[in-house]
Ligand binder design. Structure first.
Ligand SMILES: *Cc1c(COP(=O)(O)O)cnc(C)c1O
Length: 403
């Protein structure tokens, strides 16, 4: 029996790079001062944070004053959305999409409970919103637009720059500026992010999605954009994220973003090659599968495939027994058997949505990983299908030439 462990769930989280661990190590040891303390111990920690902030700023084409360190990607999204609305003061209208990560989607649902009006933009069959729909959705009382950069289930990249351009035109014609936030958690470290080129007011990323530690996020807030605190306590991070800074993780976050940006083209080439080999292998070996969102421009690491006539959850468990880690829908949604909100927004047939599995690559994956999956997967799929009454029925129909 082959014993291999193959991690294909890099959109859920990634392993911390050894260079990042090394960079963080001193801050768990000798350099333990509180960055707010004025003595030597504190100043050393403060210097490390300042350097990390400058590094992250440079990598995003922002200035250091525009960079906040937060507790995670979810927290960055919450500070952006609720902080902006708090500062604005009046209730109004928000535009987002149906395919956001829960960090934004559930924030918007909560806003509806608070009396805000929210428009959820539809997506096409490949998971992409339309700029025309966006233009039509804008109202006199629109305050905020929150649209993710790339989707975490299918990888589809949204037209952020085009939306920003439209917003620029729209904002010229009105007194109340509309602000633009993007959740770029799935693109940081995979695409070169340039906040000026993207044209956004706020942008959220999370270190553990690009080989940094879990529990540290970044929020870019453009100079001049007012956001109010949603937590209270201290002066840290411009008073927007009170609490003693996590020096080690801040250092690790900056290092991880730096490493992934240096290697971005090579990593993309490698990952794309692996993804395409897996896709090709699956399409050749297994009948009745569909690639979800294959028509869109997408990040290179995600492959979302529906295996018709079986449950994605069952496939996940069988793969897990063979040492292969994948996910169904998004990790946060697994455990519930509701079909993914992303796939249903893309009008994927509910039965096909139930059989969807996301393979997500990282640059540590190898060709051997793909070969192993291709040795194991077809057998598992045909075993599961042989137990499925629907599959057997459709099989006999196919033999009779009915379908
Ligand atoms: C993972 C993820 C988040 C949440 O980030 P955390 O750091 O885990 O809170 C938000 N948005 C997207 C698109 C994600 O993939």
């Amino acid at each position: 029996m082959e014993k291999r462990k193959v991690y294909l769930d890099n959109s859920a989280t990634t392993p911390v790079a050894s260079e990042v661990i090394k960079e963080m190590q001193p801050y768990f040891g000798d350099i333990y001062g509180n960055p707010s303390s004025f003595h030597f111990f504190g100043r050393r920690a403060k210097t490390a944070i300042d350097k990390s902030r400058a590094k992250v700023a440079e990598l995003l084409n922002a200035s250091p004053e525009e960079i906040l360190f937060t507790g995670c990607g979810t927290e960055s999204d919450n500070i952006a959305i609720f902080g902006l609305l708090n500062a604005y003061g009046k209730k109004g209208h928000i535009i987002t999409t149906r395919i956001e990560h829960h960090a934004v989607l559930y924030s918007c649902r909560h806003l509806e409970e608070l009396g805000y009006e929210v428009t959820y933009l539809d997506v096409d069959k490949d998971g992409v919103i339309s700029v025309e729909d966006f233009k039509k959705a804008v109202k006199g009382n629109t305050i905020l637009v929150s649209i993710m950069h790339a989707n975490n289930e299918v990888g589809a990249i949204q037209p952020i720059e085009a939306i920003a351009n439209e917003l620029k035109k729209i904002n010229k014609t009105r007194k109340n500026k509309i602000y633009f936030h993007t959740d770029a958690v799935q693109t940081a470290g995979k695409l070169r992010l340039d906040v000026k080129k993207l044209g956004v007011d706020m942008l959220a990323i999370s270190a553990h999605k690009f080989n940094g530690p879990k529990g540290i996020g970044v929020l870019y807030v453009k100079k001049g954009v007012k956001i109010s605190p949603i937590m209270f306590g201290g002066h840290h991070e411009n008073g927007l994220r009170p609490g003693t800074e996590n020096t080690a993780f801040i250092v690790g976050c900056a290092k991880a973003l730096e490493i992934s940006n240096v290697a971005i083209e090579n990593n993309e080439k490698h990952i794309l090659h692996l993804r395409e080999s897996l896709k090709k292998g699956i399409l050749e070996a297994i009948p009745e599968v569909t690639v979800n969102g294959s028509g869109a421009r997408a990040v290179s690491n995600i492959l979302n495939i529906s295996f018709n006539y079986i449950e994605g959850e069952a496939l996940l468990l069988m793969l897990d027994m063979k040492g292969i880690a994948v996910s169904t829908g998004s990790a946060c949604a697994s455990g519930s058997s509701e079909p993914s909100h992303v796939l249903s927004s893309m009008c994927v047939d509910p039965v096909a949505a139930q059989g969807a599995v996301r393979f997500s690559f990282g640059h540590y994956n190898t060709e051997e990983d793909v070969d192993y999956v291709l040795r194991v997967l077809p057998k598992i799929v045909s075993n599961l299908r042989s137990m499925s009454p629907v599959w057997n029925l459709s099989l006999s129909d196919r033999k009779k030439g009915k379908i």
